[in-house]
Design a binder for this molecule. Structure first.
Ligand code: GLN
Length: 555
């Protein structure tokens, strides 16, 4: 792809009316569209909450914690960005109010501010602007897209909006663009979409000194043209910059819809970006495959938070990527592991072609996951364990081999007589909870002759971690002899990173989070291997060779 460089330009994306209007996906889609025109982009998320990062937050509060290769625990929107851009991001792409205040206060303690009073403006806003500019510098991007989390009007978000206002002034109108994403609610009584909340939201944004250049209107229905006129008039934006964002059958369609609505062309014009012809054919082809599967497989995801699928967002997307590779659709059955602890709970797994046990922390509902692993092993159902899912697989197998219910992880049962999963030695003595796990990319050597090696097709990979506990080497030999093969190891051989079951179609667990590296056009090898086994179980493979052949366009 030809890459062209310009002075850095900035696109700011804010949200109005309500949260969850799809701002993150819209931002990711916009990045994809610019990249498809050979413009180097980077995306940054500004999160207004006071936590330093979401690493210590409950999934109920926050959904999935996404981990970058350089070890940052971030918002799940970073996952959308990476998947849509097909580009690794760094910790510079994830900024929270907590980080900003922490940095400002640390500088104050060091005496950097030379006795001055520390204020929101300019000290906090300067720190924010510096982070925005830094991500552009560090990534060599021509366009930095900044998504401000939350909704306009939130108290916590105000310093971010003020920093954006200042940047618009400092960088100039030709080099910055403000996009406001809102919701048009539907009134069933009158059968119409309403624009008033959007008008109010734009007024609120203007009161912070930011006049939007583009308004994107999310709605469940198609947006009538006269509403575009109305919003254009009341909110003072060109009509062609009022962009409808109807709910789509898949998030991967959003870039195509925005392109068609003329958004990229408008942005290129407003930011004076040299026109380079677009290249979206592969994306289009991929979405077409996603929308017309030639068959379906059913996969259960068994986790503590399964009733909240946002907690396992990257797992869901990775399963979709792998299924599309085989020209298939995937029906995900979300099974809260607590449900499996009830009598006859295994019924929840009946008929599935594969089982995934994703990551997690804490003791609650662990036994339900162990039961899912036992069911997979005994019934020959393909299994993929991700982080905690590997540990569960080891615990279950050890209970079987040692004919005892005692094998456990010391995270859940410190007094177990079979500590098959125990604390990483580097974790001993660590008391702070924030940012102290084994985090980010570590190399892993794959063991020749294993199913895992065959899935990857290469001897060494780098995978992303987020855990404190690991496979206890004291049990390596006994379990390997019984059929649990360590198939991926740290380069010095001391840490078991991947395990697979010898006498099973596909029972593989990874100590890392394979789901963070899957991309639409490049499904993660372990997800691909798992999905392939599930498809076989479902009778959907072997497929006509041609169907798989065109499965992974270049994008
Ligand atoms: N709780 C486990 C550990 O800390 C697994 C973590 C995870 O699944 N991310 O090792």
């Amino acid at each position: 792809m030809m890459i062209v460089n310009y002075m850095t330009k900035y696109i700011f994306v804010t949200g109005g009316v309500v949260s969850s209007v799809g701002k993150g996906i819209t931002t990711a889609a916009l990045g994809r569209l610019l990249k498809a025109r050979s413009i180097p982009v980077v995306i940054q998320k500004l999160d207004p909450y006071l936590n330093v990062d979401p690493g210590t937050m409950s999934p109920y509060q926050h959904g999935e914690v996404f981990v970058t290769n350089d070890g940052a625990e971030t918002d799940l929107d970073l996952g959308h960005y990476e998947r849509f851009l097909d580009q690794d991001l760094t910790q510079a792409s994830s900024v929270t109010s907590g980080q900003i205040y922490q940095a400002v206060i640390a500088k104050e303690r060091r005496g950097v501010y030379l006795g001055r009073t520390i204020q929101s403006i300019p000290h906090v806003t300067n720190e924010i602007k510096e982070r925005i500019r830094a991500v552009g510098r560090e990534s060599d991007a021509s366009v930095v897209i900044v998504e401000a989390g939350g909704t306009v009007g939130d108290i916590e978000g105000q310093p971010f909006l003020e920093a954006i206002r200042q940047m618009r002034k400092e960088e100039g109108r030709d080099d910055t663009l403000a996009i406001h994403v809102t919701l048009l609610p539907y009134m069933a009584t009158t059968g119409e979409l309403k624009t008033k909340p959007t008008q109010h939201s734009v007024r609120e944004l203007r009161s912070m000194g930011i006049q939007p250049d583009v308004i994107m209107c999310r709605s469940d229905d198609q947006m009538p043209d006269d509403l575009r006129d109305k919003i254009s008039l009341f909110c003072d934006v060109e009509k062609r910059a009022v962009v409808p964002l109807p709910t789509m059958s898949t998030i991967y369609e959003v870039p195509l819809a925005l392109e068609q609505a003329g958004l990229t062309a408008y942005i290129m014009e407003r930011l004076h970006l040299p026109g380079v012809s677009r290249d979206l054919a592969d994306w289009q082809k991929w979405v077409a495959r996603l929308k017309s599967p030639r068959g379906r497989v059913s996969v259960a995801v068994v986790g503590k938070y399964a009733e909240l699928p946002d907690a396992y967002l990257s797992v869901k997307e990775s399963l979709i990527h792998a299924a599309v590779h085989y020209g298939l659709g995937v029906d995900i059955r979300w099974v809260p592991s607590g449900k499996l602890e009830e009598g006859g709970g295994e019924a929840a797994l009946e008929g599935v072609h594969g089982i995934v046990v994703p990551g997690g922390f804490g003791e609650r509902a662990i036994e339900g996951m162990v039961r899912a692993a036992r069911y997979a092993r005994q019934e020959g159902v393909p299994y993929l364990g991700l982080c905690l899912g590997l540990q569960i697989m080891v615990i279950e197998f050890a209970r079987h081999v040692f004919q005892s219910d005692d094998p456990h992880s010391t995270e859940f049962c410190p007094s177990t007589s079979y500590p098959v999963i125990s604390l990483l030695s580097e974790q001993e003595g660590i008391e702070d909870k924030g940012g102290t796990m084994r985090l980010g990319g570590y190399p892993c050597h794959l063991v020749d002759g294993s199913k895992t090696y065959a899935a990857y097709g290469q001897p060494e990979v780098v995978e992303r971690h987020r855990h404190r506990y690991e496979f206890n080497n004291a049990y390596r030999e006994a379990l390997a002899e019984a059929g649990l093969i360590p198939s991926g190891l740290s380069p010095d051989g001391t840490l078991v990173e991947i395990c697979e079951l010898r006498d099973h179609p596909w029972m593989v667990g990874s100590q890392f989070h394979a789901e963070f590296r899957s991309r639409p056009n490049r499904p993660h090898p372990l997800f691909q291997g798992f999905l392939e086994a599930a498809a076989r179980k479902a009778g959907q493979l072997p497929a006509p060779a041609a169907a798989i052949e065109e499965a992974s366009p270049r994008l």
